[in-house]
Design a protein around this ligand. Structure first.
Ligand code: 5GP
Ligand code: ZN
Length: 113
């Protein structure tokens, strides 16, 4: 989608600090980090949000989670990290392209705010 910020990051039109990429998944550092480690993990293909996913997206959703685990290991935070997606404005979603936040490096409170 031409006017989607994360599609533009995925295409390389907008620069980001990439930490992982494969044919289906891209991960890059959040511009406004909420923890010492704050990575955004996205599918290259545009999906608005998790609830836009269809049964045929099951493999892609699995790849996103496996990428998150690999990134956590690569960044040596596999022992303590949080993976979260904000689905909808009321949950804090501000960019309408599915993304998972990988947060680590500080005490993560529960329940989250
Ligand atoms: P959301 O609020 O939709 O769950 O998360 C969107 C995230 O994208 C926010 O954490 C925000 O800091 C991040 N973000 C917004 N614009 C940019 C950008 O241009 N580059 C990067 N790397 N992150 C961005
Ligand atoms: Zn998009």
């Amino acid at each position: 989608m031409a006017n989607c910020l994360f599609c533009r990051i995925a295409s390389g039109e907008i620069n980001s600090r990439i930490v992982y990429e494969d044919p289906d998944v891209l991960a890059f550092m959040d511009l406004n980090p909420q923890a010492p480690t704050h990575i955004l993990i996205i599918p290259r293909r545009h999906l608005d949000r998790l609830t836009s996913a269809a049964p045929e997206d099951a493999e892609l959703l699995g790849k996103l989670q496996l990428a998150a685990a690999k990134i956590a290991a690569d960044l040596k935070v596999e022992g303590a990290f949080r993976l979260v997606t904000n689905n909808g404005r009321g949950a804090g979603q501000s960019v309408d392209h599915l993304h998972y936040h990988l947060l680590a490096g500080r005490k993560l409170m529960w329940p989250p705010g």
